[in-house]
Design a binder for this molecule. Sequence first.
Ligand code: MN3
Length: 212
Amino acid sequence: MHYPFKLQPLPYPYDAMEPFIDAKTMEIHHSKHVQTYVDNLNNALKNQPDYQSWSLEKLLYNLDKLPQEIQAAVRNNGGGVYNHNLYFNIMAPGGKPLAEGPLKAAIDSTWGNLDEFLAQLKAAGLSVFGSGWAWLVSDSLGNLSIFKTPNQDTQIPANLTPIINLDVWEHAYYLKVQNRRADYIDNWFNVIDWEAAAKNYAKHAETDFSKA
Ligand code: MN3
């Protein structure tokens, strides 16, 4: 995937996350907010033929190698595209449970159990000042951690494998729960696709964004 970037279709209808996330929020989030990131990313690269063959991951890992005048636009809008592609793909209607396997074993050994991990992820999401993301990530050895990024920054510069990411921008929840970010996070826990998360974790040994 490289320039011109396209809006990745949602793998489910806008109302699929009801009652936990309302259809209007999903529609505006995907068709307006993410589309704007796609458009702005393409605009930034429009007159930059040297970088039009670069993947999103390569652009985001090598931000400091880009022409200075497009670094902020690629960081914010490229990050916006990358983060949402992951976010919408680790959600499923009604969620999918965390089965026995390497990810469950790693969560249990790191936090004791899934509920304790979720409590820590919620605390991380609540502690993001302003807009940003809370993540479950892995290093190349499979060690898990909770990670936070401001704005639309990604985990790519840290060369970590993303497993799940929680959008705590107000646009992800304001229509339904207004300012109550904690309620949104509690609702969102019901739609996490842990099967997709386990597949993401399985990539940890091969992840190396410096080769993107
Ligand atoms: Mn968002």
